[in-house]
Each structure stands twice: as structure tokens, then as C-alpha cells.
Design a protein around this ligand. Structure first.
Ligand code: HEM
Ligand SMILES: *[C@@H]1O[C@H](CO)[C@@H](O)[C@H](O)[C@H]1NC(C)=O
Ligand SMILES: *[C@@H]1O[C@H](CO)[C@@H](O)[C@H](O)[C@H]1NC(C)=O
Ligand SMILES: *[C@@H]1O[C@H](CO)[C@@H](O)[C@H](O)[C@H]1NC(C)=O
Ligand SMILES: *[C@@H]1O[C@H](CO)[C@@H](O)[C@H](O)[C@H]1NC(C)=O
Length: 325
């Protein structure tokens, strides 16, 4: 083989090696945007004052970003030529928080233009939003780049529906490299935020055509939910707290609610009420130890944030999170 061929082949392998090993790092912006965390925190604190759901909206966006084509900011793209926005998929109807992302992006572009990706904004702001309302802190890994496209048709298969059985939901997580503990611990994000009636009202009156409510709803909790979302009512814009006990705080009350049959979504309650399921012991563990919940939540968030990331020279750094450059 000629020297030239050898060099070409060598470069080929070196570049494959580099791209498959590109790692995220906590200090990725240390020289290019040293104040990135403070800037994101400033906007999150400001927003949180007028919108108690700020952190909840952001972490849900991050989850929906990471589960569809990886954590690449694809969920943030608006419709455009060649882009079918993921926000128009059924699982993303009414998804909030994109205005907050835009505010953060503007603040960052003012200080370090073209440097911090939208995918990293979601990861950083998720941690900050959780910590701001009493939840755990963790070291956020950075260096993701933004996608050049969206994948609307990937949303329905990849984002779990709240009407699913555990048998369907578990493989949706394993396909993304997430195990049963990840599923149970990340579901604990439903310790804050809201859900529309349309996402749980199927449980309230005629569950699975049985003519009766879901038997795993606590009988003292049921009338409250039925009053919030009356049968045949115009419930389109009515919301309920995902955590009835401490709706705006990040704590382990979600798991205690499940033990009391007071989970809001069918998919929440199933973690505790599916007889024989290995998820029950995990729910019980987090119900009895908030620190276990916080430790495992932090680990699973880092795992979530690593799914399918673009690094190196893949993708781009968007200047506007809603569109490709
Ligand atoms: C395990 C399967 C999951 C299902 C079936 C599910 C389903 C849902 C549904 C139906 C809603 C209400 C949406 C609406 O009203 O339109 C919701 C809200 C929410 N989800 Fe999940 N989710 C899951 C996992 C997760 C994960 C892994 C996270 C984050 C780590 C998360 C964070 C949230 C948050 C914070 C909200 C409230 C958002 C707000 O207040 O705007 N969810 N989820
Ligand atoms: C970073 O923020 C601190 C205070 O928030 C400020 O004093 C400092 O000038 C900022 N540094 C840069 C490089 O923007
Ligand atoms: C979109 O997501 C689906 C489901 O994960 C996947 O099968 C498909 O390859 C993705 N399409 C693109 C273009 O990435
Ligand atoms: C429950 O739904 C099924 C199917 O739509 C219907 O046949 C049945 O009459 C309903 N039962 C009650 C009590 O509303
Ligand atoms: C129903 O909720 C109450 C109040 O949280 C609780 O004391 C009771 O044990 C719950 N019942 C069941 C069956 O979980």
C-alpha cells in the first residue's frame, strides 16, 4: 500500500474513533462561555417567579428531546421547509417551555454568541429547575450539538403514552438504554407540573369499558378528579396537579401518593399497582427514602442526557433554537 493510501486509511480510522468516543464533559464551556451556568440560572430564577411550572416544563422538553433521535434539540424546531416539527405530534400537544428556552438562548447569545447549543440549554436548565424547587443537584455534562432536522414520526413510537401498560412502556425505555430503575426514578419527575384532563380522564368514569372508574384510584381521591374533569365536560384546558401532595416542589411525595393509590396518570399508578411487577419494590424504596430517590434521579438524568448526542463536528450550534442556522 502506498504511503498516501496508508495515511488516508489511518485518518479514516482516527476520525471514526474520535466521533464514536466524543464524550460530554462538565467543563465543556470553561473557556468559551465560563458563565453559562450562572446565565441559565438567572433566567430560570426570574421565570420561576412568575411561572411555578418553569422547571417542570423544561425537564419534560428535555425528556421528549432525548427520547426522539437523541438529546439534539430536535423537539424545539418549528415547522419549516424540510422540517416537520415534533411539537405537532400528539404526545407534544400544548408542550410548554419553549419560550423559556428562547429567553435563555437570547441571554447566552448576548454573552457568548454561537457557542452554547439548545440541547445543552435543556440539560442545564433541567438541573437548575429541579434544584430550584427543592430537588437534587448534579453535575451536568455538556458538549451536545443541535440537530439539522426533526423527526415527527418518531414521537409516537418513542414517547410513552399515559394510557400504556407497563409491558409497552418498559421496552420504550430499554430501546433507549434505560432500565427499570430509570423508568421508575424518572417518572418521579411527576412530583411537579400539571397534566390536562385529556391525559387521565379515561380513568374516571368508564375505565376500559368496564362501566366503572379505574379501581386503582383511591375512593376519596376519585371525587376530586371527577369534579375537576366532569364526564362530557369541556375539559380541554383544565389541568390537575401531577403530585396532589406538594404540587410545586421536587420531593418524594409522588411515590407516597402511588402507595395511597393517588397517582394521577394511569402510567404513574401502574408502577405500584401492577401486581407482581418489579417496579413495586422500587416505588417503595423511594417512598421511604428521599435521599435514595434524589441520588438515583441524578444518575438517571445524566444517563438520559447522554442518549444519542451529537458531538464534535456533527450537527451545529443553533443561534435560534426554533430553526436551523
Ligand atoms: C414514563 C413515561 C411517561 C409518561 C407516560 C408521561 C406522560 C406525561 C403526560 C401525559 C403529561 C401531561 C401532559 C399534558 O397535560 O399534555 C406529563 C407531564 C409531565 N411529564 Fe411526563 N411522562 C413520562 C415520563 C416523564 C419523564 C421521564 C419526565 C422527566 C424526566 C417527565 C416529566 C414530566 C413533567 C415535569 C410534566 C409536567 C409538565 C408541565 O407542567 O408542563 N415525564 N407526562
Ligand atoms: C461572570 O459573572 C460574574 C458575576 O455573575 C461577573 O462578575 C463576571 O464578569 C462574568 N464573567 C464573564 C466572563 O462574563
Ligand atoms: C425517527 O424515529 C423513528 C423511531 O425511533 C426511527 O425509526 C427513525 O429512523 C427516525 N427517523 C430519522 C430520519 O431519524
Ligand atoms: C362504557 O363504555 C362502553 C363502550 O363505549 C359502553 O358500551 C358502555 O355503555 C359504557 N358504560 C357506562 C356505564 O357508561
Ligand atoms: C386513600 O388515601 C388515604 C389518604 O391519603 C389513605 O390514608 C388511604 O390509605 C388510601 N387508601 C388506599 C387503598 O390506598
Amino acid at each position: 500500500m502506498s504511503i498516501l493510501k496508508f495515511i488516508v486509511v489511518l485518518f479514516f480510522f482516527v476520525s471514526i474513533f474520535e466521533s464514536s468516543n466524543a464524550q460530554l464533559s462538565a467543563t465543556f464551556y470553561a473557556s468559551t462561555c465560563p458563565n453559562v451556568t450562572e446565565i441559565v440560572r438567572g433566567v430560570m430564577e426570574q421565570t420561576q417567579r412568575n411561572d411555578v411550572r418553569a422547571g417542570a416544563k423544561i425537564i419534560r422538553l428535555h425528556f421528549h428531546d432525548c427520547f426522539v433521535n437523541g438529546c439534539d434539540g430536535s423537539v424545539l424546531l418549528d415547522n419549516a421547509a424540510g422540517i416537520e416539527s415534533e411539537k405537532d405530534a400528539p404526545a407534544n400537544v400544548g408542550i410548554g417551555g419553549t419560550d423559556i428556552v428562547d429567553d435563555i438562548k437570547t441571554a447566552l447569545e448576548n454573552v457568548c454568541p454561537g457557542v452554547v447549543s439548545c440541547a445543552d440549554i435543556l440539560a442545564l436548565a433541567s438541573e437548575i429547575g429541579v434544584a430550584l424547587v427543592g430537588g437534587p443537584s448534579w453535575q451536568v455534562l455538556l458538549g451536545r450539538r443541535d440537530s439539522l432536522n426533526a423527526n415527527r414520526s418518531g414521537v409516537t413510537p418513542d414517547i410513552p403514552s399515559p394510557f400504556e401498560s407497563l409491558d409497552v412502556m418498559i421496552p420504550q425505555f430499554t430501546r433507549k438504554g434505560m432500565d427499570l430503575t430509570d423508568l421508575v426514578v424518572l417518572s418521579g419527575a411527576h412530583t411537579f407540573g400539571r397534566a390536562r384532563c385529556g391525559t387521565f380522564e379515561q380513568r374516571l368514569f368508564n375505565f376500559s369499558n368496564t362501566g366503572s372508574p379505574d379501581p386503582t384510584i383511591n375512593s376519596t381521591f376519585l371525587p376530586t378528579l371527577q369534579a375537576t374533569c366532569p364526564q362530557g365536560g369541556n375539559n380541554g384546558n383544565t389541568f390537575e396537579n401531577l403530585d396532589k401532595t406538594t404540587p410545586n416542589n421536587f420531593d418524594n411525595a409522588y411515590y407516597i401518593n402511588l402507595q395511597n393509590q393517588e397517582g394521577l396518570l394511569q402510567t404513574d399508578q401502574e408502577l405500584f399497582s401492577t401486581s407482581g411487577s418489579d417496579t413495586i419494590a422500587i416505588v417503595n424504596r423511594y417512598a421511604s427514602s428521599q435521599s435514595q430517590f434524589f441520588d438515583d434521579f441524578a444518575s438517571s438524568m445524566i444517563k438520559l442526557g447522554n442518549i444519542g448526542v451529537l458531538t464534535g463536528t456533527n450537527g451545529e450550534i443553533r443561534t435560534d433554537c426554533k430553526r436551523v442556522n
